[in-house]
Design a protein around this ligand. Structure first.
Ligand SMILES: Nc1nc2c(c(=O)[nH]1)N(C=O)[C@@H](CNc1ccc(C(=O)N[C@@H](CCC(=O)O)C(=O)O)cc1)CN2
Ligand SMILES: Nc1ncnc2c1ncn2[C@@H]1O[C@H](COP(=O)(O)OP(=O)(O)OP(=O)(O)O)[C@@H](O)[C@H]1O
Length: 226
């Protein structure tokens, strides 16, 4: 018999009892009226943030992207043997294709997110520099070959983000749906321009926090307390 079997279970730190509380107490809302207001607000905020980043000058954008790539590489550390999902840039997202080349050069593997079915989780398909791409849903380029991988690190582009590392995306809920299904040990690195930081995204019950958000001038970290 294990000696610990006789000892009542105790926690090294206080257990989290958040699940026993009203979600509103945690700043999360399940009220239908509030959800509808948040949806409307998110739609206009997305449009504003996308227009704002599309208006960046090419020189400023390129300088920011260089900074983002080096901060993300520092955040990833030794990439040998790891699968990192990145993304093909779309609607003014930071262009991280140099990051994908560097990951491959350093012995990691890259994957791109693929919408295989609307309203379902994303799949991540292997992409090596030079591999053929075809147009997927919304015309976003996706690998022509379908080699599905499970990422160790998910680099997720943000339309907006808040200081609690919550992500505002394009409104399909794809990353949330996908992360909800993945093992907790994956790391999620949000990336965006500093101008995409907003006070709050009004987090809802389905929103999943990222571990870190990297911009050209900042690295925000969410520290789990449990
Ligand atoms: N570069 C890149 N690739 C990616 C993502 C991403 O965020 N960035 N995705 C990450 O998920 C997936 C694509 N997600 C998308 C989700 C919604 C829309 C979109 O156009 N939505 C509608 C509005 C939806 C609504 O409000 O209900 C639209 O804008 O008209 C586009 C892409 C997979 N590939
Ligand atoms: N885990 C989930 N299961 C089912 N539906 C979900 C889940 N997560 C999100 N959704 C749905 O997706 C919708 C859009 O979510 P949200 O506004 O957070 O999208 P987003 O994070 O901006 O989009 P994306 O991840 O595609 O860039 C939500 O209203 C919700 O109905």
């Amino acid at each position: 018999m294990d000696i610990d079997d006789d000892i009542p279970a105790t926690f090294a730190s206080p257990p989290c009892l958040m699940h026993e509380l009203d979600p509103a107490y945690a700043g999360l809302s399940s009220d239908p009226g509030t959800c509808a207001d948040v949806k409307r607000w998110r739609k206009s905020e997305r449009a504003r943030l996308i227009a704002q980043r599309l208006a960046m000058s090419p020189g400023v954008r390129a300088a920011c992207e260089t900074q983002i790539v080096s901060r993300v590489l520092a955040e990833i550390g030794d990439v040998r043997g790891l699968v990192v999902s990145v993304y093909w840039p779309f609607r003014g997202e930071p262009d991280l294709r140099p990051l994908m080349r560097q990951i491959a050069d350093d012995g990691g593997q890259c994957a791109l997110p693929v919408v295989v079915e609307k309203g379902q989780p994303l799949e991540f398909h292997l992409w090596r520099p030079g591999d053929k791409l075809v147009r997927g849903i919304w015309n976003i380029p996706v690998p022509a070959e379908h080699v599905s991988l499970t990422p160790d690190i998910v680099v997720a582009p943000v339309v907006g983000f808040d200081p609690s590392c919550y992500r505002l995306g394009y409104g399909g809920g794809y990353y949330d749906r996908t992360l909800a299904r993945m093992a907790a040990k994956r790391r999620v690195l949000g990336v965006g321009f500093a101008q995409s930081r907003i006070r709050t995204i009004y987090p809802q019950l389905h929103d999943i926090r990222m571990d870190v958000v990297v911009t050209e001038s900042s690295t925000d970290r969410y520290r789990r307390v449990y």
